[in-house]
Design a protein around this ligand. Structure first.
Ligand code: CO
Length: 148
């Protein structure tokens, strides 16, 4: 079992403006914009080689990310994400150690069809922690729209 830093996620009020700033100020090119209706976000990744920055904008104000933006209107750091071999095994192990895993227990997926889960910030030094399975399940990608 090895872990990697998959990405750091930042919520932004205007995804296109953030992508443009990343390009013009930092010289970093974003991948395509995708939508994840299950998570209530539109997002883009900036690949840094050994990890990524995830830029997220809420699709609606009632989503968890929408509520985060309401509290932080200029945006802000949202979560860090570990890449793990198996999300289910990892969350089972963390639950046995008393950590709180968020959600209704049903598997959740990112826009690449990789299974994901979130650990309560109170159980990870005050920061929201995402776990992302390194391998993707292509069947889980259906229902997720690529492009804007
Ligand atoms: Co993420």
């Amino acid at each position: 079992m090895s872990k990697t830093l998959s990405h750091v996620s930042i919520v932004v009020p205007d995804l296109e403006a953030a992508i443009e700033t990343m390009r013009t100020v930092h010289g970093l090119t974003s991948g395509p914009i995708a939508e994840n209706k299950q998570q209530g976000v539109r997002l883009a990744y900036i690949d840094l080689g050994n990890s990524k920055i995830e830029l997220m904008q809420p699709l609606n104000p009632d989503s968890p990310v929408g509520r985060f933006l309401a509290k932080n209107p200029r945006g802000g750091m949202h979560h860090v994400c570990f890449g793990v071999d198996e999300v289910a095994a990892e969350t089972d192990g963390l639950k046995q150690k008393g950590l709180r895993v968020l959600g209704d227990g049903k598997p959740a997926y990112n826009v690449h069809g990789q299974q994901i889960a979130f650990v309560h910030p109170a159980d990870f030094f005050g920061a929201l922690l995402e776990l992302e399975q390194k391998s993707a399940d292509p069947a889980a990608v259906s229902g997720i729209h690529h492009g804007s």
